[in-house]
Design a protein around this ligand. Structure first.
Ligand code: DHK
Length: 149
């Protein structure tokens, strides 16, 4: 069975209580549960991981090589700063979809830049927690196209 890694970065462990007017009231546990359930419908095994540490996120991307066929990444604020995360994604050559709960392009100018976008198939932002499920759909379509069964 194909496996997808859902990776969340800094402060996303606070989902549900952190600025709910921006990030919504759904907790990370609920997001992860929904991703697993949606993955099952699509025929994917879904593994979820969250870290507040850049190095741990890089290690998780490296460890995904040979284990996961796709990555869904919300790198939180590292999106706007981390060349190291971009390089990690490029290095492992695993198709990745970037997700943000908020519409980063409608917010402060410093959030308009994404290093992750340079290494991702595409970006889904502004749809709240549903964005993760849309990203799973996008990866399913991409992987089916790449290797039709
Ligand atoms: C989450 C964060 O933590 C912010 O730093 C990003 C992103 C946006 C989100 O919308 O999911 O700027």
């Amino acid at each position: 069975m194909k496996s997808i890694l859902v990776l969340n970065g800094p402060n996303l462990n606070l989902l549900g209580t952190r600025q709910p007017e921006v990030y919504g009231s759904v907790t990370l546990a609920m997001v992860e549960q929904d991703c697993k359930a949606h993955g099952t419908k699509l025929g994917f095994d879904v593994e979820c991981l969250q870290s507040n540490h850049e190095g741990a996120l890089i290690d998780a991307i490296h460890a995904a090589k040979g284990k996961h066929q796709g990555i869904i990444l919300n790198a939180g604020a590292y999106t706007h700063t981390s060349i190291a995360l971009m390089d990690a994604l490029i290095s492992v050559e695993i198709p990745a979809v970037e997700v943000h709960l908020s519409n980063i392009h409608a917010r402060e100018p410093f959030r308009h830049t994404s290093y992750i976008a340079k290494a991702a198939l595409g970006q889904i932002c502004g749809f709240g927690a549903k964005g993760y499920l849309l990203a799973l759909d996008a990866l399913a379509a991409h992987l089916a196209e790449a290797a039709p069964s």
